[in-house]
Design a protein around this ligand. Structure first.
Ligand code: SF4
Length: 62
């Protein structure tokens, strides 16, 4: 199963993904998004967050 992964070196901390897929992504103490639950939102919602990320920091990984 593919799961979303945030590259912390690319994330700019814009918080967009945490608003689009709020059950999947959250901001950590460093102001970087991280995956809190890879199946927190349906795949289409997670894909929307991936597509919206201005830094292209989120990808699907097997
Ligand atoms: S949308 Fe992208 S750049 Fe913005 S917080 Fe999420 S992972 Fe980081």
């Amino acid at each position: 199963m593919a799961v979303p992964v945030v590259d912390p070196d690319l994330c700019t901390g814009c918080e967009l993904c945490t608003q689009t897929a709020e059950n999947t992504f959250a901001m950590n103490d460093d102001g970087i998004a991280e995956v809190i639950n890879p199946t927190g939102d349906d795949e289409a919602t997670i894909q929307e967050a991936i597509d919206q990320c201005p830094a292209e920091a989120i990808s699907w990984q097997e």
